[in-house]
Design a protein around this ligand. Structure first.
Ligand SMILES: Cc1cc2nc3c(=O)[nH]c(=O)nc-3n(C[C@H](O)[C@H](O)[C@H](O)COP(=O)(O)OP(=O)(O)OC[C@H]3O[C@@H](n4cnc5c(N)ncnc54)[C@H](O)[C@@H]3O)c2cc1C
Length: 508
């Protein structure tokens, strides 16, 4: 007789991704639902996601660590803006301290997940990077902590005649320690967070760095160290000091965003004043640091202690705002006619967005198109059962929302256990909802991929808030059972959530 195929290993929860969000998810499961079995499937061989992948010189956070850190584990350094290695270490230490490390299956790239309506479970297929095997797992709940961009490629526009250039071209996502820029002429193409980070750091060793941008971004200098955090730590117990600084930064961030959205002219004037203080007299701020959009229609670029401006003042970095006509053997010819010579060109031109880690999702064998759905409470998808996704804010630290999402998932799972439910599915019964784009951000990486993203609605629970206070209320305080969430039990017909007396009796 042929041998029975081995049963796939089963977990109550499968988390996909061992980055900042996935490790946070593991910590919440350990703390709130220690009875649940779970594993974290991670495609790479390391913890940290973004903070392990990106290794370009100067890699750092561009939001403060008191809000990018986990609320349950204080960030105890004086540095508010931290380097990539410190963030990586913080994530690793958290994973080890909370017992999450041992739950990670490295080299497991999840490629497919199929929901069985009959069994109320997901069958998850992963490809092992180390052995080449395809392995299967099953789980009751799938928690996607896969970030928002492709790991295997960065975004590089089609530059004319790129191959003619005789020097080295490198994308920051694939930086390698043997890129030699000592004493060399470097061009950094781009105007985003990566370009403004790289330019002053490369300029410490390069002959000269030119930051070549097609259009400018808003750039704001912020102290690398938070003096209030230092004082708070002196006076208050560690957790209290951390909570205090975290809230201070949350509120300041919200104030800056709201001011920019409601009074964009005032916000522009304030940003300009900062630039005038930091840049040499007569500097062409209008040309190089005056974007066509309003502040916070795209993410602001933060530079710690004005390092970019200092490098500009010292003549080590120059900014050129122009378009690329063509690459040449020795550099780049500009549309305005000039030519920039270079030995090394860094294409800090961005990321390629990728939702749900590129997995193919299906229900009972039929493929599910993510873009057809509405986002529910900022973390689930309409008509897709037992899946949550951790997605951060565009206008504040990622962890603020990803952590609320983890808490919500734990509440949801506890609620389902309490009532004996095995499936939960957000359903939109409101025919008047007109789907809107996922975000109203004009950043290139969102605009390039907006068609692949789910939609949002005009009001809760279908609204994707970019507001921590609203999410705090929606994810932490609002009841789990509400009309848009349908709960059911394995083998029972789907039962829309409704006032308690209309729901199925709790399982014995
Ligand atoms: C250079 C850079 C700087 C940034 N700076 C900031 C900042 O200062 N502040 C901020 O708020 N945000 C910042 N971000 C956004 C950043 O991605 C988040 O801060 C945060 O690290 C996201 O964590 P994550 O765990 O959700 O995703 P990621 O860090 O992207 O981790 C996702 C993990 O999932 C794994 N994975 C993906 N798909 C699969 C799959 N199919 N199967 C198995 N595993 C999979 C990946 O290998 C990875 O380990 C930055 C992003 C970049 C690129």
């Amino acid at each position: 007789m042929p041998a029975e195929p081995a049963q796939p290993e089963h977990f109550d929860v499968l988390v996909v991704g061992a980055g900042l969000a996935g490790i946070g998810a593991g910590c919440h499961l350990e703390r709130s639902l220690p009875q649940k079995s779970y594993a974290i499937l991670e495609a790479r061989d390391a913890i940290g996601g973004t903070w392990d992948l990106f290794r370009y010189p100067g890699i750092r956070s561009d939001s403060d660590m008191y809000t990018l850190g986990y609320p349950f584990r204080p960030w105890d350094s004086d540095k508010a803006i931290a380097d990539g290695a410190s963030i990586r270490q913080y994530i690793r230490e958290t994973a080890s301290e909370y017992g999450v490390e041992g739950k990670i299956r490295f080299h497991h790239q999840v490629v497919r997940a199929d929901w069985s309506t009959g069994q109320h479970r997901w069958t998850v297929e992963a490809q092992r990077g180390d052995t080449g095997e395809t392995v299967q797992f099953t789980c009751g709940f799938l928690f996607m902590c896969t970030g928002y961009y492709r790991y295997d490629q960065g975004y590089t526009p089609q530059f004319p005649n790129l191959d003619r250039f005789q020097g080295q071209v490198i994308h920051p996502q694939f930086w390698s320690p043997d890129v030699d820029y000592d004493g060399k002429r470097v061009i950094v193409i781009g105007s985003g967070a990566t370009a403004v980070t790289l330019a002053p750091v490369l300029a410490e060793r390069a002959e000269h760095v030119t930051m070549l941008q097609r259009s400018p971004s808003y750039v704001v200098s912020l102290p690398a160290e938070d003096s209030m955090a230092k004082r708070a730590r002196r006076w208050l117990p560690e957790h209290l000091a951390y909570a205090f600084v975290r809230w201070k930064n949350v509120l300041l961030m919200m104030l800056s965003f709201q001011l920019s959205r409601r009074r964009p002219e005032l916000a522009k004037r304030l940003i300009r004043r900062g630039l005038e203080r930091n840049l040499p007299p007569g500097y062409e701020i209008g040309r190089h640091f005056n974007p066509r959009y309003n502040p916070w229609e795209q993410r602001l670029c933060l530079v710690p202690d004005g390092d970019l401006f200092e490098a500009i003042c010292e003549g080590r970095v120059s900014v050129v705002t122009d378009e690329i006509e063509t690459f040449t053997a020795h550099g780049i010819r500009l549309r305005s006619g000039g030519e920039l010579e270079a030995d090394v060109i860094v294409t800090a031109t961005g990321l390629n967005l990728l939702m749900l880690g590129g997995i193919e999702a299906a229900m009972d064998g039929r493929q599910v198109n993510l873009a057809d759905g509405l986002i529910y409470r900022g973390c689930m998808l309409s008509d897709v059962p037992n899946v949550a996704l951790a997605f951060g804010y565009t206008n504040a630290s990622w962890t603020l929302r990803s952590d609320l999402t983890c808490r919500y998932v734990c509440r949801l799972l506890a609620y389902m256990d309490e009532h004996g439910y095995t499936a939960c599915t957000p359903r939109n019964h409101d025919q008047t909802i007109t789907p809107e784009p996922f975000v109203d951000f004009s950043s290139g990486y969102f605009q390039r991929s907006i068609e692949q993203l789910p939609k949002q609605g005009p009001r809760p629970p279908w609204r994707l808030n970019q507001n921590y206070l609203l999410d705090l209320a929606m994810l932490k305080a609002k009841p789990i059972d509400e009309p848009a969430m349908e709960f059911s039990r394995n083998g029972a017909a789907a039962e829309p959530s409704a006032p308690a007396d209309r729901r199925l009796p709790a399982a014995a």
